[in-house]
Write a protein that binds this ligand. Structure first.
Ligand code: F3S
Length: 754
């Protein structure tokens, strides 16, 4: 058993009491999301939280991490002094495997190239009680839904498609590594109380239509921003008629509309899926509290009273959709798609069709697609486009191989890729004669932004259900509508594809030989974490130094950034991803995308010690070497973008003491506080203009650092004059403690040292 049954028992034992208390406090019936949210508060509350306004501290039940984001999260975790993670956690090796030839060879190459990262992740997981899923075991979200997701639970995962587990009735939210560290260390995890969007599903899917089409339609309605700050809760008899994995697909792609997460209520389909994935015990426990795992019945009667927005979709009338190119919310019902392709001059020839991924590799998806592949063979149709299959997990791969489905795909020239992200995250060494040629591909994945799959700006990527992707692969033509068009077969006859047919769950159950799971050591105290001292991809972290106890004097201006400065400007992605586990190396990208207000250039700032201009990281290193702290000045909404903790760790590592800006993006501001930095804002925004290129700063008021009391920043100018700047902050008592101790993890370490 890989899941933690005791944790689930505890959640279900406490659920009825917590739901009842919440119902009483709010004085009204509850949606499912509210039941789960209030049941997972870090500390009980006596007052309701305001949706879209209040910041709330939660205690999630689980953490899942993929291999790219787990590295820095775990390097940080290991400095916090705990000998075990505070909640059940897992690591999944799925992002670093490049698709090139086929599953076996690609996996072997990845294991070789990423050996040091895998060895590190395996050993650190073993030491701290973390379940480790080896490369080849599967994609994080498929492995989670098969093994860990449970109705009514709350989890966070360091990947944007973590909400996939909503298909099993769980509030599952994608976060940055810093949040994972908090939860694994036993700290509260903060989230703005989400608003609620209710999606009522009526009717039943049939024929060519699948669960994927529900979310493709929803994406068209809500657009890529429409779900921001919201939980999307699906309900109605249509919702209950969808398979658990189909529900997972819908929740997975809630990320494409910016939703915090999406969720379905516990039902027979979830119970069936729990049972067939060897979790009968969880199903029985869930049955015992099932009323608490669904919205209160009054909510169904008048949903607009309980949700901030309600959308209704009739599954009887739903058409298959194809979304794209370049954005997942450009939604085309299949009946209109051919015309759109022609009118927009998108390349009609379909070059590659890809099914599977974390989004769509259930037994239902694969068996329905295979039924079309079978027809292609039986009807003597030659498959016109390249076709790949990415199973979501070894359990799915093994089962579909056992049941002959992979053989069917093989007959139509399908290539099975490793059980990993591969082409979905751009880990795809695509074979294309001319990379600049406009071309079309279609996937059953979730994202289709430019360059996402193959790194080519010329590729037009579309997203559809695996059934539609397979049908279009057979046709090799984007304008083909399998619902009404015929294809010419090898004998020159016109043939039509019949509706896809498949099995929701494998008739002979799931099977797997080696699932690729490594259970952690029962006692990890003697396990050594493997990091080569010569590695350029991994570096153990030393705890940051505590505050020296005095005001800060003589800090140099590192950069006055002008205009937009997102976490991408502060810590670029792309080639730097490689160094996600090596703070010193990745720090060489610090602020290299920010525009210097004095020369309008990027990565060119004045070194006040030499008077010369040089890259930002090198200049910061020069100050650090001279034992001089530095200050970064910024504009509005500094640090917007992702929750990437590197954007806060890098300045901390390179000796920046304070970030003084007109305003912060909230998550980045919190990340800076967690790393023991000073995150300050100009009380008068015009004071930004007072900052001069050769300024030296003092930061005063730290010895009486108090919530709500501004600090004073004195900017000493080159001409001998100075400006006194009032610097506001939002530190609470706890966060001041983080600053004084040199970072939040140092505070935890001190607690464990006691
Ligand atoms: Fe991986 Fe793509 Fe899913 S990157 S986790 S398969 S969204």
């Amino acid at each position: 058993m890989v899941f933690d049954i005791d944790m689930i028992k505890k959640v279900y034992a406490e659920l009825p009491g917590k739901v009842e208390a919440t119902r009483k406090m709010l004085g009204r019936p509850l949606t499912l999301s509210e039941k789960i949210l209030y049941a997972h508060l870090y500390a009980p509350t006596t007052a309701a939280y305001e949706r879209g306004k209040s910041y709330v501290e939660f205690a999630p039940d689980r953490v899942a991490m993929q291999d790219a984001t787990a590295q820095m999260a775990l390097l940080q975790f290991m400095t916090c002094g705990r000998d075990q993670v505070a909640v059940p956690s897992t690591v999944h090796c799925d992002h670093l495997i490049q698709a090139k030839v086929g599953a076996e060879q690609d996996l072997a190459v990845a294991i070789d190239t990423n050996k040091e990262v895998y060895d590190f992740l395996s050993s650190i997981s073993n030491k701290y009680g973390i379940g480790f899923w080896k490369p080849g075991a599967g994609i994080i979200h498929q492995v989670v839904i098969e093994n860990y997701a449970f109705p009514g639970g709350m989890m966070i995962g360091t990947d944007s498609h973590t909400p996939n587990a909503g298909g099993m009735g769980m509030l599952a939210i994608g976060v940055g590594g810093a949040d994972a560290v908090d939860v694994m260390a036993g700290l509260p995890w903060e989230l703005k109380m989400p608003k609620l969007i209710g999606v009522k599903l009526t009717g039943k899917l049939s024929g060519w239509v699948s669960a994927k089409d529900v979310i493709l339609k929803v994406a068209g309605i809500l657009t890529v921003k429409g779900g921001t700050g919201c939980i999307v809760e699906y309900f109605g008899e249509g919702a209950d008629s969808l398979s658990a994995t189909g529900k997972g697909t819908i929740c997975n792609m809630g990320a494409e509309i910016g939703a915090t997460c999406s969720v379905f209520a516990y039902d027979q389909k979830m119970s069936d899926y729990l049972k067939i994935t060897a979790r009968e015990e969880v199903a029985t426990l869930a049955d015992g509290v099932k009323d608490h795992l669904r919205p209160d019945t009054e909510v169904y009667a008048d949903p607009s009273k309980y949700y901030d927005q309600v959308i209704e979709i009739n599954l009887d009338e739903l058409e298959p959709y194809v979304n794209g190119p370049f954005t997942p919310d450009l939604a085309w019902p299949i009946s209109k798609f051919a015309q759109a392709v022609k009118e927009n001059n998108w390349p009609e020839k379909l070059e590659v069709a890809l099914i599977g991924s974390c989004t769509n590799s259930s037994y239902e998806d694969i068996s329905r697609s295979a039924s079309l592949a079978e027809q292609a063979v039986a009807k003597n149709l030659k498959v016109k486009s390249e076709f790949t299959i990415t199973p979501g997990s070894e359990q799915v791969r093994f089962t579909i191989e056992r049941d002959g489905l992979l053989k069917t795909f093989d007959k139509i020239g399908g290539i099975v890729l490793a059980n990993a992200c591969g082409p979905c995250i751009g880990q795809w060494a695509r074979h294309i004669d001319d990379p600049t040629r406009k071309n079309s591909i279609i996937t059953s994945f979730n994202r289709n932004f430019a360059k996402r799959n193959d790194g080519l700006a010329s590729t037009h990527a579309f997203v559809a259900s695996p059934e539609i992707v397979t049908a279009l692969a057979i046709a090799g033509d984007l304008t083909f509508n399998p619902l009404k068009d015929t294809l010419k077969n090898e004998e020159g006859k016109d043939v039509k594809l019949d509706e896809p047919k498949g099995f929701e769950l494998p008739p002979n159950g799931f099977a797997v030989d080696d699932p690729g799971y490594q259970a952690p050591a029962a006692d990890g105290s003697n396990v050594e974490v493997v990091v080569s001292p010569t590695s350029d991809r991994l570096q153990l972290l030393a705890p940051f130094k505590a505050w020296e106890g005095t005001d800060l004097k003589g800090l140099k201006l590192l950069i006055k950034a002008k205009g937009k400065c997102t976490t991408d400007h502060i810590s670029m992605a792309g080639p730097w991803l490689k160094y996600r586990g090596h703070l010193d190396n990745i720090s060489n990208n610090m602020l290299i995308g920010a525009v210097n207000a004095y020369n309008d250039k990027t990565d060119s700032v004045k070194n006040q010690l030499t008077g010369e201009y040089g890259p930002v990281p090198a200049t910061a290193r020069a100050y650090k070497a001279a034992n001089i702290g530095s200050v970064v000045v910024g504009d509005e909404n500094y640090g917007e973008g992702s929750s990437r903790e590197h954007a806060a760790m890098e300045p901390r590592h390179l000796g920046v003491r304070a970030i003084l800006v007109k305003s912060f993006a909230r998550i980045h501001e919190t990340n800076l506080k967690k790393q023991g930095m000073l995150a300050l804002t100009f009380a008068n925004k015009e004071d930004y203009d007072l900052i001069q290129e050769d300024d030296t700063f003092d930061i005063n008021g730290l010895t009486s650092f108090t919530p709500g009391q501004p600090l004073t920043v004195v900017a000493h100018h080159k001409d001998g004059s100075s400006s006194e700047i009032v610097a506001n902050h939002t530190y609470n008592e706890q966060q001041i403690e983080w600053f004084k101790s040199g970072g939040a993890l140092n505070v935890i370490r001190a607690q464990f040292a006691k």
